[in-house]
Design a protein around this ligand. Structure first.
Ligand SMILES: O=C(O)CCC(=O)C(=O)O
Ligand SMILES: [Fe+2]
Length: 513
């Protein structure tokens, strides 16, 4: 649950980075410097179109969360057949003209200790139905008795720390409920908003929702401070939270992405006309979120992990409605590229993804299926323009990580030739793009000079992005472990972790340039 930004610093902390102003101990021919040096500093004629595209991208506002509510309606006569479905004349699909409502929700759970007589009539499980019938509010105590303190992930451990998360939980092995996010249309809505299906795309994706936990945040001070959700597998792209009707105040869920924040305030009381309502929110699980303190009552939620799947999954009404060619972003990209921002010399165009992506499995390759928001759109735009985009984890070396800072550092190397060679073999650029996803683990041997060894690691993991690379966006501030290498044979363990990544398009140089 909690992020794990402290991971991975050690193995990559002593990277060789050659500061650019010190990068030329050997005088090369003049023309070679002319080609590359001015590009990053001075305005050049090819920059304005790319700058326009950068500004356009900076203003893209894509959904990172969606939510809704569904009234709970008790059917007066459970045996009475539902109103007969009618046939929609246009779509010829079965439909009802009633708004979507839910039956009351029953939760059943295992009763651990029978001695106290908590189970109903000696049964090994107990149940409640929400909303609670008037006068039966104290029944919630039985549910509380069936819960356990909720832990969360810190670093690589599950910890219980009430100052960070104060909540009670049930695992799916000990409870079940009649709530079904599919039949209520919630999964359809999430698919359309967070993983839209795109006309002509080779990526037909749908959503699978898997029940994860029952959570109870109770007053005083039930809360969960800001965190991102740990992905259970690389295909997990989001989380769904469903709040069932119990009286409470506070406990607002706040979801954030790139400076934007959406608040879901589900506080309610049984005197409100809309008390009998299910409220839900879904969000990309790399988006930071938190639950503010519950100031009275009990906030009861069911949480689901959301996975991207190929095909139509269990969606009821899959329709590929989004035509990329009609989006303004498509027009902006295609206009810019028609002017050849590389002026015939070729280069790489890079888009730092706006979201983080999970990886931990060398076999399962979840991308591009799990691309989120603007990342999915830019990928489809590049595809539509036949630009053959690739998605890579990209390491961005930070300036303070340099090791070979001064030419004088090479003093110990006996000959000038040896020193020059070493200098050239130091990391030539700040960015290395991985060939594929997955944590790359290398044993680190001491026999070779560190520069050679790290170069070997980088080049077997990926490729250096040269300084002609033009970035359309800036990288997200937080980046995570991409490569681990273990000193002295200690194997670093690889777990599911986030990776910031980029979508890259290579433009070959035009003939003779
Ligand atoms: O119960 C909720 O509102 C969400 C809980 C949450 O963020 C989590 O379990 O990771
Ligand atoms: Fe969470």
């Amino acid at each position: 649950m909690a992020d794990s930004s402290d991971r991975g610093d050690k193995p990559v902390a002593r990277l060789l980075f050659k500061p650019r102003q010190k990068a030329k101990p050997v005088e090369p021919a003049n023309e070679a410097t002319e080609d590359t040096a001015p590009q990053s500093e001075q305005p050049s004629p090819e920059k304005p179109p790319l700058d326009q595209l950068r500004a356009f991208l900076a203003n893209q506002n894509h959904m990172f969360t969606c939510g809704g509510s569904i009234p709970i309606v008790e059917r007066p006569e459970p045996t009475k057949p539902q109103r007969a479905p009618t046939r929609d004349r246009l779509s010829n699909r079965l439909t009802t003209d009633e708004p979507r409502t839910s039956d009351p929700i029953t939760i059943r759970w295992d009763v651990a200790d029978m001695k106290g007589g908590t189970g109903q009539r000696g049964n090994p499980c107990d149940k409640i139905t929400l909303p609670l019938a008037p006068g039966s509010e104290n029944d919630i105590q039985r549910l509380l008795d069936g819960t356990q303190p909720a832990t969360f992930g810190r670093g690589r451990e599950d910890v219980y720390d009430e100052t960070y998360r104060k909540a009670l939980k049930m695992d799916t092995t000990t409870f079940c409920s009649t709530f079904d996010p599919y039949s209520l249309g919630i999964v359809d809505t999430i698919a359309q908003v967070l993983l839209p299906s795109i006309v002509d795309s080779s990526t037909h994706r749908s959503v699978r929702a898997e029940l994860y936990k029952l959570n109870l945040y109770t007053s005083p001070s039930g809360k969960f401070k800001k965190h991102v959700d740990t992905p259970r597998s690389p295909s997990q792209f989001g989380s769904l939270v469903v709040c069932l009707p119990l009286e409470h105040e506070g406990g607002q869920l706040k979801v954030r992405h790139e400076g934007r924040e959406i608040t879901y305030d589900w506080g309610t009381s049984s005197t409100k006309p809309d008390f009998a309502t299910i409220r839900w929110a879904a969000f990309y699980s790399d988006c930071e979120h938190e639950i503010l303190e519950v100031t009275s009552g009990h906030r009861l939620t069911l949480t689901y992990n959301l996975y991207a799947m190929r095909g139509t999954g269990r969606l009821t009404g899959v329709s590929q409605t989004l035509d990329i060619a009609h989006l303004p972003l498509y027009q902006a990209v295609s206009n810019t590229l028609s002017k050849d921002p590389f002026d015939g010399k070729g280069g790489t165009l890079g888009f730092w993804c706006s979201h983080a992506y999970a990886f931990n499995d060398p076999i399962e390759t979840p991308l591009p299926d799990t691309l989120k928001g603007v990342d999915a759109v830019i990928w489809e735009v590049f595809q539509k323009l036949n630009l053959n985009p690739t998605i890579s984890a990209v390491i961005e070396l930070e300036d303070e990580w340099h090791w070979l800072e001064n030419w004088a550092d090479l003093e110990p190397y006996k000959s000038d030739v040896e020193a020059h060679k070493l200098w050239e073999l130091a990391v030539p650029t700040k960015q290395v793009a991985g060939k594929e996803f997955g944590v790359f683990i290398e044993q680190y041997y001491q026999e070779l000079p560190e520069s050679l060894r790290l170069n070997e690691i980088f080049t077997s993991w990926g490729r250096y992005l040269d300084e002609k690379t033009q970035w359309l966006t800036t990288p997200a501030p937080k980046s995570e472990l991409q490569i681990a290498y273990a000193a002295y044979g200690n194997q670093a363990s690889a777990e599911t972790i986030y990776s910031h990544c980029a979508i890259l398009v290579d433009f070959p140089a035009k003939g003779g340039a």
